[in-house]
Design a protein around this ligand. Structure first.
Ligand SMILES: *[C@@H]1O[C@H](CO)[C@@H](O)[C@H](O)[C@H]1NC(C)=O
Ligand SMILES: *[C@@H]1O[C@H](CO)[C@@H](O)[C@H](O)[C@H]1NC(C)=O
Ligand SMILES: *[C@@H]1O[C@H](CO)[C@@H](O)[C@H](O)[C@H]1NC(C)=O
Ligand SMILES: *[C@@H]1O[C@H](CO)[C@@H](O)[C@H](O)[C@H]1NC(C)=O
Ligand SMILES: *[C@@H]1O[C@H](CO)[C@@H](O)[C@H](O)[C@H]1NC(C)=O
Ligand SMILES: *[C@@H]1O[C@H](CO)[C@@H](O)[C@H](O)[C@H]1NC(C)=O
Length: 858
């Protein structure tokens, strides 16, 4: 009976096509948010910092906080290297939960070089760093964070309040960002890059991982994941904070004349904040990812095109879809197995009616170099003949307060949920990915999709998720760890795939729910979006935001999950999605089929060209992934990240530093206004229409488009390494030669980096088995020099087929010359093709390429 009601509710929501505001609450319906949002703390409750009582231990300073009401707290400050600090407010004698699963290792602290106490002010100066911290006594106390004597951020004690009753451990505090013109972060919201001001008519931004169907644009409603990070940005400096807490959060934002202030209301856990001093966007991003980690390099096939649908129903259908991509000559790397492949959502069991011979299906898929990914959600169907359930019953599930397994409804009906906080439960779950337990799976099932892991529970009275009071291993209240449930599932899946593949392959996992640090385990997509122009547009903003918050492997369902895009929207969507790191088409049950080959020849050509453009740039994306893995830098970037004054360009996207893509997000567009970044001397070359037409920085011009074109530009000064030969998938591209696009700047110079490795294993980080080089164009001799940047090169060869030089002569003439090799295996020190010479110094050449592994092919 219950199940029917829930299905009915889902159908109603589908008919309405908007988020269900009865189910998903606003601040006025959340007790602690309503109580605390307007709360003005009177003077007797405001804390002062008892600076005379400060203690210095283990590279930490602790200072008692007291107020006239007799409450006492402890302020604890740790100084960290690399322009970071940590500030905690502890509540003596309480049992506040301290998060343990999020940081990528406990950050190292550094000693104070001086602790200065004068005039009710304490100044902390770390050794070997440019920052300082000032604590003002108050009441209310404040903590100021300076970089090179510039005030960056202020922890505002006037709004500090910590409840500690049976029912509530909610707390509040304020942080302001000096001079900030924009605040960025607080993922996941379907918001523009710059977060808007909240107030009476706009709720605080909410972070609580929830399964919101038909999510709305520009809304502060919570979505699938939480990354409680904020960057305050101005043209002159950027700083940030990371709230190390996984409970529900509500955040008010107010932009003042000379600062942006924020007010946090948090439902549980501890007050623990990392302060990131910047001063530039790339610094705060690196400072943040140094705390929560970076993504490992993906296997190369994960950067190709993925085809999904809810749901392919039979193994025959799956094979047919793959075959039709070949019939229509459209590249494809991955076919996705949504719910239909499973035995009525009993994961790790194939559908006994329609997927009777998975091995045969997987062999068929791999025969053309493709791979499969299957869905595996965290709900486990309650059934006595289901081994995954019986092995976990009364042991490994999340529990009610009375100790019995929590039970709720999800896709399979009545289910329980693995408690991933329990190490044994996680290991148990990981074990099911083994080939001899996941019967029917083979190597071709190369990745796993963890969906519904907020977790989603079909009970509207619970906002479709776990109730706060459930208990995890170690008596941890669910309230305090809600944000990391999905991340811990991906962590267990990650270990499952590592074990299954004996550590020889980099796991690929896609997750819907995520938290700060999820990048260490999984790629993420923006969830169940809708087929509308606004959703195409917001996919750029969403993925650029997640990219500067460490979760770089981001994409959005091409075409929109709910509803059906018209042909124009779908074509524009593919053209835009080329530039998002994760590239997958997906659609809901009941919608018309949408694989690229079902469309008319014209539409198919546009989509197919977009997919091919993506494949040509996979070497660029792969190189950026390597650079992310080693530095934390985003793959895709908003303009302000590189050009600090360009603030609100949600439709402009930089892939690395060298590719500018501008989305076409309107119907019937005949042109798109493009702002070319950089100084007036900067040059940008248009590539999507192959005109190589150049534009200068500072230009703001309408760029004409047809349905075949969507503006993309290469930066003058870059060398882009592409693989231009059309292939069915990345599998056939491994040994392909490169085409180098040399895009001269106004000084006639250019350079670019290229990274290659075995595309599969962790040897790149365990044995430095990779090749990382820089191509440098040398004007005097009209040649390309190759510089070694890192790695053990001997394993890898790089073939170059042709070189295209784009430039603008001093008189403004566009030059575009193509040099193509005519012979193989010429000695590289002085290859002469047409008039272009490629060389590398003798010494470097030996070091980099061993003997003769770089060669030219016709
Ligand atoms: C303390 O404050 C007084 C009065 O404002 C000022 O004259 C003095 O220089 C201050 N001392 C220090 C060490 O900052
Ligand atoms: C794979 O399946 C497709 C569709 O059924 C079929 O046309 C094709 O011949 C199969 N390929 C192999 C190698 O079995
Ligand atoms: C098997 O596939 C058919 C469609 O071909 C579908 O109608 C049926 O519901 C599927 N059965 C199961 C058990 O998934
Ligand atoms: C434990 O609590 C849940 C929720 O209140 C209830 O449904 C269940 O029956 C209880 N179990 C026992 C053994 O009392
Ligand atoms: C797969 O088969 C093995 C051996 O028959 C069995 O132990 C295991 O439980 C099966 N897996 C599932 C998910 O039922
Ligand atoms: C686009 O053009 C078509 C056909 O001319 C028209 O029906 C449609 O309303 C236009 N859309 C917009 C948004 O102008």
């Amino acid at each position: 009976m219950l199940r029917y009601c829930i299905l009915l509710a889902a159908l109603v929501a589908i008919a309405l096509g908007e988020a269900d505001h009865d189910t998903f609450k606003d601040c006025s319906r959340i007790e602690f948010c309503t109580a605390l949002r307007k709360n003005v703390i009177d003077s007797s409750a405001q804390f002062f910092a008892d600076l005379g009582e400060l203690e210095e231990t283990d590279e930490k300073v602790t200072i008692p906080l007291s107020n006239e009401n007799g409450d006492s707290l402890i302020l604890q400050i740790s100084l960290l290297p690399f322009s970071r600090a940590r500030i905690q407010v502890l509540q003596p004698g309480n049992d506040r939960y301290e998060l343990v699963d999020v940081l990528d290792g406990e950050p190292e602290t550094i000693p104070f070089s001086s602790v200065n106490l004068a005039n009710n002010t304490l100044t902390l100066i770390p050794e070997g760093e440019e920052y300082s911290i000032v604590v003002n006594r108050g009441a209310p106390f404040t903590v100021e964070f300076y970089l090179e004597r510039e005030l960056q951020t202020i922890f505002d004690g006037s709004r500090l309040l910590m409840e500690n009753t049976e029912d509530s451990q909610a707390f509040t505090f304020g942080v302001s960002f000096n001079d900030a013109q924009r605040l960025y972060g607080l993922y996941h919201h379907a918001s523009k890059l710059g977060l808007r001001e909240t107030g009476d008519d706009y709720d605080p931004f909410r972070l609580r991982n929830l399964d919101v169907s038909f999510y709305e644009l520009d809304s502060p409603m919570a979505l699938y994941g939480s990354v409680p990070v904020l960057y305050g940005h101005s043209v002159s400096h950027t700083s940030g904070i990371f709230i190390h807490n996984a409970a529900e959060q509500w955040v008010d934002i107010n932009y003042g004349e000379d600062s942006a202030s924020t007010y946090f209301m948090i439902g549980g856990g501890s007050l623990d904040i990392f302060v990131l001093f910047g001063p530039e966007p790339k610094d705060v991003v690196r400072q943040y990812t140094s705390l929560t980690g970076t993504a490992h390099l993906p296997q190369i096939w994960t950067l190709g095109y993925h085809q999904c649908r809810f749901t392919y129903e039979t193994q025959e259908e799956v094979k047919e879809v793959v075959a039709l991509f070949d019939v229509h000559d459209i590249p494809l790397d991955v076919i996705w197995l949504d719910d239909g492949h499973s035995n009525a959502n009993r994961y790790f069991e194939f559908n006994p009616e329609n997927f009777t011979n998975p091995e045969e299906m997987f062999n068929n898929i791999s025969s053309t170099g493709r791979r499969a990914v299957s869905i595996s959600d965290p709900h486990i169907k309650i059934a006595d003949d289901y081994n995954v359930y019986t092995g976990a019953k009364n042991k490994y599930f999340v529990k009610w307060e009375n100790g019995s397994d929590f039970e709720g409804i999800c896709w399979p009906g009545l289910s329980s949920w693995i408690d991933f906080l329990n190490p044994e439960a996680s290991e148990y779950y990981s074990g099911w990915y083994a080939f001899d337990k996941f019967n029917g799976s083979t190597e071709t099932l190369a990745g796993i999709w963890n969906d519904m892991n907020e977790p989603s529970v079909f009970d509207n009275s619970l906002e479709k998720t776990f109730p706060h009071e459930l208990l995890h291993y170690g008596n941890v209240r669910h309230r305090d760890v809600h944000g990391i449930y999905g991340m811990l599932q991906t962590k267990a899946t990650y270990h499952g795939l590592m074990k299954r593949d004996e550590g020889k392959k980099r796991p690929f996992i896609l997750t819907r729910s995520h938290f700060a640090g999820s990048q260490r385990y999984a790629a993420m997509w923006t969830g169940d979006n809708t087929a509308g122009w606004g959703y195409l547009a917001i996919s750029f903003s969403e993925c650029m935001t997640s990219n500067i918050l460490g979760i770089v492997f981001c994409g959005a369902d091409i075409g929109g999950f709910f509803d059906t895009p018209d042909d124009e929207l779908l074509q524009r969507w593919y053209q835009g999605a080329v530039w998002l790191p994760f590239f997958r088409g997906h659609s809901n049950k009941g919608t018309p089929r949408r694989e690229p080959y079902v469309f008319s020849e014209d539409v198919q050509t546009v989509i197919s060209n977009a997919i091919k453009l993506r494949y040509k740039h996979i070497p660029v994306l792969y190189t950026l992934f390597y650079e992310h893995a080693t530095t934390g830098d985003p793959i895709i970037r908003p303009l302000f990240y590189e050009y600090h004054e360009l603030l609100d360009y949600d439709n402009h996207l930089l892939a690395g530093t060298d590719i500018l893509a501008v989305g076409v997000f309107e119907s019937n567009a005949t042109s798109v206004e493009v702002t070319f970044p950089g100084k007036a001397s900067a040059l940008w070359y248009r590539i999507d229409d192959e005109s190589w037409e150049s534009h200068n920085g500072e230009e703001v011009v309408p760029i004409p488009v047809t349905i075949d074109t969507s503006p993309v530009f290469y930066r003058g000064g870059s060398i882009i390494s592409r693989k231009d030969i059309k292939r069915p998938s990345t599998t056939q591209m491994v040994d392909d030669p490169y085409t180098l696009y040399i895009n001269l700047d106004s000084e006639q110079s250019a350079s670019g980096r290229l990274y290659v490795d075995d595309y599969t294993s962790f040897a790149y980080r365990e044995e430095e088995l990779f090749l990382y080089i820089r191509f440098i164009y040398v004007l005097d001799v009209h040649a390309v020099q190759i510089e070694y940047l890192g790695g053990n090169a001997a394993e890898f060869s790089i073939l170059v087929r042709s070189i295209i030089v784009n430039g603008r002569s001093p008189e403004g003439r566009i030059i575009s010359n193509t040099y193509t090799t005519t012979r193989d295996g010429l000695p590289l020190e002085s290859i002469n093709i047409g008039k272009l010479i490629v060389y590398t110094s003798e010494r470097n050449f030996k070091k980099v390429f061993g003997k003769k592994e770089i060669c030219w092919v016709a």
